[in-house]
Design a binder for this molecule. Structure first.
Ligand code: NAI
Ligand code: UGA
Length: 363
């Protein structure tokens, strides 16, 4: 049975590990969080992500550890890294968690046979090349394989990708990934194999394009709200043109969450470093802000004293409030003195109360 190590078995890494296990691999999970690792091994961990709990309890060839030495002991040749890459003040991503993993790998014995590191975390363009240089005498290749998955459907999205993006560090790593996805995917994805820099840019640019589409739809929708007309019918007709497509072209709240806003900002940072500008991405962010203000003024014009929000997470069925446009709108209304009731928010009430004590009513 082929072995694979996944370092960083959080939201994304755990799903990837479980999908790989279900596809016939022996998967070794490594994470710094001892209590979490214990729960995974005891199969007592409970995830809000669909399918995770079922896959975890059915798994036979997935075990988790905190000590990276297991890679040496188990002679694992494929090492997938999916640790956090948080945004920094300047909007670039920090690679410090990856660096910490890499330092630990470099403390192990230098492998006699070439091993393959595959970065699944979102990184700044150019990072995999930097890492290759850093590890050049250590017998590791560095590839990039980001995933296009959405919170709330991570397992299914991993099984049904439109495309597999591979920034190739070594042809053997690509062969491994192609075999893995051939077993894991229900869909028949296109494979896009390229150098790591191109793949790093592709990951960010895809999210930039999607947000540009959302901002376009919301700005046309705002115009129609002002002039009269039916924004849903208009956007649905535009999306029916197969050159455009209807996905991410609906009218609603602005985009938010832990991925879209930061990927936009990171690509802008990268462009700035190259002394370039990306006016479309700048406008996308601006439109998202203006749309929030438009929605706020629109609601104020309704002259109501009370507003009810069905959910204030950045999208339905998650527990994430990071960069939630809905929550920002609710805050703006409540700060104007309106009574704002948040429904379905018991699971996030504590976090909201910490940030905005006493501002909302809950149902
Ligand atoms: N969650 C998602 O939907 C998506 C996430 N990504 C990217 O994937 C990466 C990871 O994201 P998430 O899974 O959401 O993060 P997460 O925070 O849920 O999981 C990261 C895990 O890494 C562990 N970790 C941290 N340092 C470690 C170390 N030195 N050794 C071993 N484990 C360590 C943490 O304990 C945690 O369990 C980020 O770069 C993110 O941008 C990309 C696409 C989608
Ligand atoms: O790079 C990432 O980390 C991931 O970011 C997003 O995943 P996610 O943020 O979980 O979820 P989406 O469902 O795409 O929603 C993102 C934001 O866009 C908004 N959105 C989405 C769709 C839409 O039609 N309109 C719209 O405003 C959502 O409400 C939300 O605020 C992408 O969808 C994934 O492909 C990508 O891998």
């Amino acid at each position: 049975m082929e072995k694979l190590a996944v370092i960083g078995i959080g939201r994304l890494g755990l799903c990837f590990a479980l999908n790989a296990e279900k596809s016939g691999y022996e998967v070794i999970g490594i994470d710094v969080n001892q209590e979490y690792v214990n729960q995974l091994n005891a199969k007592t961990y409970s995830s809000p992500e669909p399918l995770v709990n079922e896959y975890l309890s059915a798994s036979c060839n997935f075990s988790s550890y905190t000590d990276i030495k297991v890679i040496e002991q188990e002679q694992v040749n494929i090492i997938y890294i999916i640790v956090p890459t948080p945004s920094q003040h300047d909007n670039s991503f920090s690679h410090s968690y990856i660096e910490s993993v890499v330092s630990q790998l470099m403390e192990l014995k230098k492998p006699e046979e070439l091993k393959h590191i595959i970065i699944g975390a979102t990184v700044m363009p150019g990072y995999c090349n930097e890492l290759s240089v850093k590890m050049k005498d250590w017998n590791y290749s560095i590839s990039y394989n980001p995933e296009f998955i959405a919170q709330g459907s991570i397992m299914r999205d991993q099984q049904n990708p439109d495309q597999i993006l591979i920034g190739e560090g070594h042809p053997d790593a690509t062969i491994f990934l192609k075999n893995l996805y051939a077993r894991m995917c229900i869909s028949s994805p296109e494979y896009h194999v390229m150098d790591t820099l191109s793949a790093e840019i592709t990951k960010l640019a895809t999210n930039c394009f999607l947000t540009m589409k959302i901002s376009f739809a919301n700005s046309i929708g705002d115009l129609i709200k002002r002039t009269g007309g039916d924004e849903d019918k208009v956007l649905s007709a535009i999306g029916a043109d197969s050159r455009i497509g209807s996905k991410y072209l609906g009218y609603g709240y602005g985009f938010g969450g832990p991925c879209f806003p930061r990927d936009n900002q990171a690509l802008l940072y990268f462009a700035k470093e190259q002394k370039m500008t990306l006016p479309l991405s700048e406008a996308t962010i601006e439109v998202n802000k203006n749309h929030l203000q438009f929605q706020y003024e629109q609601l104020l014009r309704e002259n109501r004293e009370e507003f009810v929000f069905d959910y204030v997470t950045y999208k339905k069925n998650t527990d994430i409030i990071e960069q939630s446009q809905q929550l920002e709108l609710a805050v703006k209304l409540a700060n104007t003195g309106k009574k704002v009731i948040l429904k379905n928010s018991n699971h996030i009430k504590h976090s909201i109360e910490l940030m905005y004590p006493g501002l909302f009513y809950y149902e």
